[in-house]
Write a protein of this length. Structure first.
Length: 324
């Protein structure tokens, strides 16, 4: 086991049965284009205008149930919480996604936007915070209503520019995600990730966005469409107090990758916290580890404290990456 690259171990683990959504109540929400999304809500019995509602944005092709225990943790510490799946994934999947028109931009501009609107409607007057994993951090900047986000915590958030991958794994990852994945999607009409044990099945347009080897999001296929339609990306609308958490053994979330995405949030107050597994007494955490319950005592309080206060505690592990 120790000889395999960490990202392969993580992919295998995510192909196992997902966590139950115990204590969460299922919901359906319709996006502006009519697509029906599914998710779960952890809601306290009495409303409180001081209580934040936290939306959790998933990574690409990771089911929202993966974040259930983290959602329950936030709920137990006084938050209302919403998790949801992007179109074509998990609770938001129809029987077949072959030919489904769903891109990264759709996941942010339509799906996350719909959940932001639901949060405002279901929890009127409450502050809205977001925890975003991997692509979920990019999705947070693609919604038109992003200006309502009070605080934002991202974990390993980037948009898969291959030159930002960790050097020792870069070419293997390039072959996997930028050669094999798009070829499989071309052959099948979608990426059969579940059969391969590589995350969930994924719509073809999402695969194209992920695998296009360009350094700017606006040069990805759906980014170009959005730029042609709107003339700009919506990231500037986000003014949230933003904490970007990255793990030193995450081959996707290198410092250049995290900083590349943070650069789009030009009007947000940003802090980048870099944590090594050794900082919390572990050998590895990787790209998906943060949300596992094994890190409830060591990593989860970092996100919780930021959501509660907009600041890091004095004893927070890791180091802050200097901002240029």
């Amino acid at each position: 086991m120790g000889s395999k690259p960490p990202f392969e171990l993580e992919d295998a683990e995510l192909s196992q049965p997902v966590l139950t959504a115990s204590e969460g109540t299922s919901f359906k929400e319709t996006a502006d284009d009519g697509y029906t999304l599914g998710g779960f809500t952890w809601r306290h019995s009495s409303p409180d205008p001081q209580r934040p509602v936290v939306i959790i944005n998933a990574a690409t092709s990771v089911r929202c149930r993966h974040y259930s225990r983290f959602a329950a943790y936030l709920f137990s510490h006084g938050c209302d919480v919403m998790t949801y799946d992007y179109r074509g994934i998990g609770e938001s999947r129809s029987e077949s996604i072959k030919g489904l028109r769903a891109s990264w931009t759709d996941w942010g501009a339509l799906d996350f936007e719909a959940i932001l609107k639901r949060a405002q409607r279901e929890f009127p007057g409450q502050p809205i915070d977001v925890v975003a994993h991997s692509f979920g951090g990019c999705a947070a900047g693609l919604a038109e209503s992003g200006n309502v986000i009070r605080r934002l915590v991202t974990v390993g958030a980037q948009f898969a520019y291959w030159r930002d991958y960790a050097p020792e794994q870069r070419w293997r990852m390039f072959g996997k995600w930028h050669v094999v994945m798009p070829l499989m999607a071309l052959l099948c009409g979608y990426f059969p990730g579940k059969r391969l044990g590589w995350l969930e099945d994924t719509p073809t347009a999402v695969v194209r966005d992920w695998s296009t080897p360009t350094a700017r999001f606006e040069d990805r296929p759906s980014g170009r469409v959005l730029m042609k339609k709107a003339g700009a990306l919506p990231f500037d609308g986000v003014r949230a107090q933003t904490l970007a958490i990255s793990l030193s053994d995450d081959p996707y979330g290198t410092i250049p990758a995290i900083e590349r995405l943070l650069g789009y949030f030009s009007n947000a107050a940003k802090t980048h916290l870099r944590i090594a597994p050794q900082d919390i007494g572990e050998r590895q955490v990787g790209h998906f580890g943060f949300f596992r319950s094994a890190y409830q005592a060591t990593l989860w309080p970092i996100a919780l404290t930021w959501l509660q206060t907009g600041a890091l505690a004095a004893d927070t592990p890791g180091r802050q990456v200097p901002r240029s």
